[in-house]
Design a protein around this ligand. Structure first.
Ligand code: SF4
Ligand code: SF4
Ligand code: SF4
Length: 190
């Protein structure tokens, strides 16, 4: 949809809105489930609480999104979320509640495969959702420089100088500090 004209009616027709006129560019390193969660966290905080669908409904949506990002979601959750989104939109008093479910509905519509990957494959394709990724050292590329082990806050990396190092997944906090330190591109997320 790169050719969609950026104006009020066209953006509404694809489930978005003009808002304050800003445009955020995201690539494949942004997880669409995580981004829906990010927007829901904002609306849950901002909801004034006057009407129940917005006050409670957005919280339930956020809980389901959180469950999915932790690899505990089910395909039924997707149907439940969709139903709840339409209920919130139709029964909220002001624009905040009426538009709060939009990020969920549009990501479900255009990036459903990402939701399915989290639920069925227990994978976050963008490598963002911590519960679903692990850090690994490629033995072939590792030079045994020890930089990663010294940077690890959890003492999760072992190995001797000039020998391939190994990450203990049970200790790893998934902070990414080791990957930033490695000058040989030997550490990757999977
Ligand atoms: S829809 Fe508007 S009025 Fe209703 S709880 Fe949400 S913020 Fe308040
Ligand atoms: S920083 Fe990279 S090359 Fe050095 S020990 Fe760690 S994984 Fe191996
Ligand atoms: S991701 Fe963080 S906690 Fe895990 S091995 Fe790397 S530095 Fe250690």
């Amino acid at each position: 949809m790169i050719d969609i004209p950026v104006d009020y009616d066209n953006l509404i027709s694809i489930g978005s809105m003009m808002g304050s006129g800003g445009l955020i560019v995201m690539d494949e390193d942004t997880c669409m489930v995580d981004i829906a969660k990010f927007f829901l966290e904002f609306t849950v905080d901002e909801s004034c609480g006057k009407c129940t669908p917005c006050r409670i409904g957005t919280k339930r949506l956020l809980e389901m999104l959180d469950k999915i990002t932790k690899g505990k979601g089910t395909m039924e959750d997707l149907d439940k979320m969709e139903e709840l989104c339409y209920h919130i939109k139709a029964n909220s008093l002001c624009g905040l509640g009426q538009s709060a479910p939009n990020p969920v509905l549009s990501t479900l519509k255009y990036f459903r495969d990402e939701y399915v990957a989290h639920i069925v494959d227990k994978k976050c394709p963008a490598g963002v959702c911590k519960a679903l990724l692990s850090y690994v050292i490629d033995r072939e590329k590792c030079k045994g420089c020890t930089l990663c082990a010294r940077a690890c806050p959890a003492d999760a990396i072992s190995g001797t100088v000039k020998q391939p190092h190994v990450i203990d997944p049970a200790k790893c906090l998934k902070c990414g500090a080791c990957m930033e330190k490695c000058k040989f591109g030997a550490i990757y997320k999977k």
